[in-house]
Design a protein around this ligand. Structure first.
Ligand code: GTQ
Length: 367
């Protein structure tokens, strides 16, 4: 495959739709036919994809009062999931997409409320933003929700949310809903209240380095660990930073502890620590990304945008763009939750890192 630099014919102006006689266009349309050449450059742009995804930030301080208002305006029975969707204007707000494959929503559950049991084809995770006393029952496992915790609700697993506390609880939902919807593979099934089963995944799979040995005729569950407590993830980041003071990218990935692979099939999840005053440059990579400030404050520069994220703020960046992250404090570490489309790109064979000239991956197995 030639690179854009040496593909001498890339600038050739192709014929436009208007160049074709109207009766001919009408005849094509009547037979559900379309000429390719007027759209060829749009669907196969030179060198780099054309992104609809705009670098966009959502302030928690700004959205929180509106979310609380939703709590007053719409009872949970009328919402099932009381969520304000963080929609990217580049895609059109009605598409409810943050990036091509990522949906983001801020969900509010008030004390005593119950968001009834259902399961669906899209994979979801929750990143807890504020409040105590809520829980998510995933496939019979009651996962306590505390700020910064990551809770998985992978494809097909029953889940319902409840709240035994006294203050509102808010969390960030991250789903691969846009992809599933685009594939015409998105649907749900409603269920009844799930019984809490014995055994908690955290007790069994929450210790790095060891996993329970399955009985000889059994295999590990597909999703062995459903809750990743923030206190453990934060401690892992702090140990990583202390172990190697020269390490630039102090980052951990949420993985399936039985396989070491991505925690879910489509989206990747990571936690990043920026040391006090640190600036971190990230090369352009093909997957789009989402950043959510768990603790501290950080600046995110992407394309022409500069976002200052305070705690609980969220932003997104299109793929194929360089990023510069900067801790806005010179005394405190900053911690970011990252969701990206890297498992999807790897599976599709289109994952690439552009730390120099564009390198188009060839073949289905990326490096
Ligand atoms: O909590 O199950 O933001 O089904 C969107 C769809 C949350 C949920 C969302 C959902 C959920």
């Amino acid at each position: 495959m030639s690179s854009p630099e040496n593909s001498g014919h890339a600038d050739v102006t192709l014929g436009r739709l208007e160049d074709l006689p109207a009766p001919y266009r009408a005849e094509l349309g009547a037979l559900n036919l379309v000429p390719l050449w007027p759209s060829l450059r749009a669907v196969l742009p030179p060198g780099k994809p054309a992104a609809r995804t705009m670098a966009t930030a959502w302030s928690y301080e700004a959205l929180r009062p509106l979310l609380m208002q939703a709590g007053a305006l719409t009872p949970i029975e009328k919402a099932e999931r009381r969520v304000l969707v963080l929609a990217n204007p580049g895609h059109g707000l009605e598409k409810m997409q943050a990036t091509p494959a990522i949906y983001l929503g801020m969900q509010l559950l008030l004390p005593g409320e119950w968001a009834p049991s259902h399961r669906h084809t899209p994979n979801a995770v929750r990143m807890v933003v504020e409040g105590v006393g809520a829980w998510t029952n995933v496939d019979g496992q009651k996962c306590v929700m505390e700020r910064g915790d990551l809770i998985l609700t992978p494809t097909g697993l029953w889940h319902e949310h409840g709240h035994d506390g006294t203050e509102p609880v808010v969390w960030l939902d991250v789903l691969d809903l846009p992809l599933m919807y685009y594939m015409e593979a998105s649907y749900h099934i409603n269920g009844t209240r799930q019984a809490v089963k014995s055994g908690r995944s955290e007790q069994r799979y929450g210790q790095g380095g060891v996993v329970p040995t399955p009985a000889y005729d059994q295999r590990q569950p597909d999703y062995p660990l459903l809750r990743y407590p923030w206190k453990d993830v934060k401690a892992a980041l702090e140990r990583l930073a202390a172990d190697d003071p020269a390490l630039q990218q102090v980052q951990v990935s949420y993985v399936n502890p039985a396989t070491g692979q991505d925690a879910e099939n489509v989206l990747g999840f990571h936690a990043l620590m920026l040391r006090p005053g640190q600036t971190l440059q990230l090369p352009a990579r093909s997957p789009a990304m989402v950043f959510h400030q768990i603790e501290g404050a950080a600046e995110v520069r992407v394309l022409d945008a500069v976002f200052a994220l305070a705690q609980a703020d969220t932003c997104c960046a299109p793929g194929y763009s360089e990023l510069v992250l900067r801790n806005l404090s010179s005394t405190e570490a900053a911690f970011l939750f990252i969701a990206d489309e890297s498992p999807l790109h790897r599976k599709l064979g289109v994952y690439e890192v552009r730390d120099g000239a564009a390198k188009m991956p060839v073949g289905p197995r990326p490096v």
